[in-house]
Design a protein around this ligand. Structure first.
Ligand code: ZN
Ligand code: ZN
Length: 407
């Protein structure tokens, strides 16, 4: 038996999305509707009712982990997701190349979405020495990257240096807890921030950019300090081998943290323009030799953050098309599929809400209900009713992957 879990980021919505309909209701989704018809449906509270999920915590919860127990912040997933080696005790951050003036006031949080000289910049950042700590930076796409501070007696309980707004000064990192380790780490971060600005501001690529009237990448803003979480890999819990197909670093990082093989296929960008068919084809290839494949589609969430209902509807239809290809090439006598979202991102609100999302599971061991359309409203009538997180264990149950609890 094989298992496939597909998560469409920010899938759920509200009836304020589009003329009294959610984007899912407004979209033309014959393949998802077919899945609803042959499957068992319900509503999912990604973490639990009344909790507004982040994408990282929601994914952990859907995978069967308790984020309140295992979550240590986002930075580590970004670092893992771009292939960095994360060791016990490392402090990981999401890092932004940005532009500041001489007083460290932020002019551009993305350094003009810089897309040149990234190797030179990476090298310069990695040359910064702060006390006895090792600084390891890796760039991912444009201004984005991850940074690791490695050393003795550090703590991730410190605040961001990223002010999250232009016009504001770069913040000083502060210890969140009264501990020598947190004070030490904050001091390292603040010293790093000063030194990295000195190193970057005179870099050749930045001189060139300034001459051309472009924003120089003359600072590194840090946020989401975290450490390697203590997570038991899926293989140890269920004895299965799995792969993850995603474009965004965060999702690849979460997948690595739970012991999945990670693949970013050709054309997978983690954005609206992502090639979803390429993801599904890669998933089908993986399924030949693996027990489980996880596929992540990001675009619907990004469209909703932009308050763009038309784009979200269009992206949902693109997902539906990819699901059609999956269904054409998979035998549901041998496989079970679960399809859901990691949270709702309504158009008007433009951010994640605690509203539940529809969930469907299909395959030979599933007793179908009477639901015929895949959306928030119809899912209310489904046989799964309303569940909290743990979609993967439920899916694995249908696949007979679970050990018995008790005798
Ligand atoms: Zn999300
Ligand atoms: Zn989002």
């Amino acid at each position: 038996m094989k298992a496939v879990l597909v998560i469409a980021d920010g899938l759920g919505g509200r009836i304020t999305d589009y003329n009294g309909k959610t984007c899912l209701e407004a979209a033309d989704t014959p393949n998802l509707d077919y899945l609803a018809k042959i499957g068992i449906n319900g509503l999912l509270d990604p973490i639990e009712h009344g909790v507004r999920p982040g994408s990282d915590t929601a994914h952990l919860s859907i995978f069967g982990y308790d984020p309140k127990e295992v979550y240590t912040g986002r930075g580590v997933f970004e670092a893992l997701g771009i292939g960095m080696d994360v060791q016990d005790g490392d402090i990981c951050f999401r890092a932004n190349l940005a532009t500041v003036d001489d007083e460290l006031r932020v002019i551009d949080r993305r350094a003009g979405r810089i897309n040149e000289g990234l190797d030179e910049i990476e090298k310069a950042i990695n040359s910064v020495e702060v006390y006895d700590a090792e600084i390891i930076y890796k760039s991912s796409v444009e201004h984005r990257g991850a940074l690791i501070i490695r050393g003795e007696g550090l703590s991730y309980r410190i605040t961001d240096t990223d002010p999250h707004k232009t016009g504001k000064k770069v913040l000083r990192a502060k210890a969140i807890e009264r501990a020598v380790s947190a004070e030490k780490t904050a001091a390292i971060v603040n010293e790093f921030t000063k030194k990295v600005h000195d190193v970057l501001k005179d870099l050749e690529i930045n001189r060139k950019r300034m001459k051309e009237g472009k924003a120089p990448a003359n600072i590194v803003l840090l946020r989401g300090a975290s450490i390697k979480p203590d997570i038991k890999p899926l293989k140890e819990i269920y004895g299965i081998e799995g792969s993850a197909i995603a474009g965004g670093a965060l999702y690849l990082g979460i997948a690595r943290a739970i012991g999945l093989k990670t693949i970013k296929p050709e054309g997978a960008t983690g954005r609206k323009d992502s090639n979803l068919l390429s993801k599904v084809k890669t998933a089908l290839d993986e399924l030949e030799s693996r027990d489980f494949v996880f596929i992540h589609f990001k675009g619907a969430d990004s469209c909703a953050h932009d308050h763009d209902a038309d784009a979200k509807i269009e992206f949902i239809e693109k997902i539906d098309n990819a699901i059609g290809y999956l269904l054409d090439n998979i035998d549901l006598e041998d496989a079970h599929i679960a399809f859901t979202g990691d949270h709702s991102t309504p158009i008007e609100y433009g951010d994640h809400t605690a509203d539940p999302v529809p969930l469907v599971i299909a395959g030979r061991n599933v007793i179908p209900d009477d639901v015929e359309r895949f959306n928030e409203r119809d899912a209310m009538k489904g046989g799964l009713h309303r569940i909290s997180g743990r979609v993967l264990p439920v899916l694995f149950g249908y696949c007979n992957f679970l050990d018995k609890f008790g005798a």
